[in-house]
Design a protein around this ligand. Structure first.
Ligand code: HEC
Length: 127
C-alpha cells in the first residue's frame, strides 16, 4: 500500500470515528435548556427517590416543571411542611440547591392529552 493510500484510509477512519462520536453526543445531550450537571445534583441529593427522575411525583408530589419562586422553593427544602426530610445548608448548599431548582424548572411540560393521537382517539365520546 502506498503511503498516500494509507494516509487516506486513516483519514477516512478518523472521519467515521468522529461522526460516530458526534452522533453519540447528540443522543446524550439533554433537552434544550437542561444541563446534565443540574440533573446530576437532583439525583445525587435523592430528590428523585420521592419526586421521580423527572420530578413527576411518586411518594412526594409532582415538582417539575415548577412554578414555585426560588424563595419558596428554598423554604420548602430547608423546612418542609410535613413528611419530606429537611435539607439544611450544611448538607445541601445554596449553589447546589440552585442547580436542583434549575433542573426542575427545565423539565419540559408534558403534551396535552389532546395532542397525543393515541390518547386523543380514546377521548372521543362513545356514540
Ligand atoms: C423521602 C421523600 C422525599 C425526598 C427525598 C424529597 N422530598 Fe420533596 N417532598 C416530599 C413530600 C412528601 C412532600 C409534600 C410536603 C411534605 O410532606 O413535607 C414534598 C414536597 C416538596 C416540594 C413542594 C411541592 C409543592 O408543590 O408543594 C418541593 C419543591 C420539594 N419537595 C422539593 C424537593 C427537593 C428539591 C428534594 C431534594 C433535595 C426533595 N424534595 C426530596 C418528599 C420528599
Amino acid at each position: 500500500m502506498s503511503l498516500v493510500m494509507a494516509h487516506n484510509r486513516a483519514a477516512r477512519c478518523l472521519v467515521l470515528l468522529l461522526s460516530a462520536y458526534t452522533a453519540a453526543e447528540t443522543i446524550a445531550t439533554p433537552a434544550q435548556g437542561q444541563s446534565s450537571e443540574d440533573e446530576a445534583a437532583y439525583v445525587a441529593y435523592g430528590c428523585y427517590e420521592c419526586h421521580g427522575y423527572a420530578g413527576q411525583g411518586g411518594n412526594g408530589p409532582l415538582i417539575a416543571p415548577t412554578q414555585i419562586p426560588w424563595e419558596a422553593f428554598e423554604r420548602i427544602v430547608r423546612q418542609p411542611p410535613d413528611s419530606m426530610p429537611a435539607y439544611p445548608r450544611e448538607q445541601l448548599n445554596n449553589e447546589t440547591l440552585q442547580r436542583i431548582y434549575r433542573y426542575v424548572q427545565s423539565v419540559p411540560k408534558p403534551p396535552e392529552a389532546a395532542d397525543i393521537p393515541a390518547l386523543r382517539d380514546r377521548m372521543t365520546p362513545l356514540p
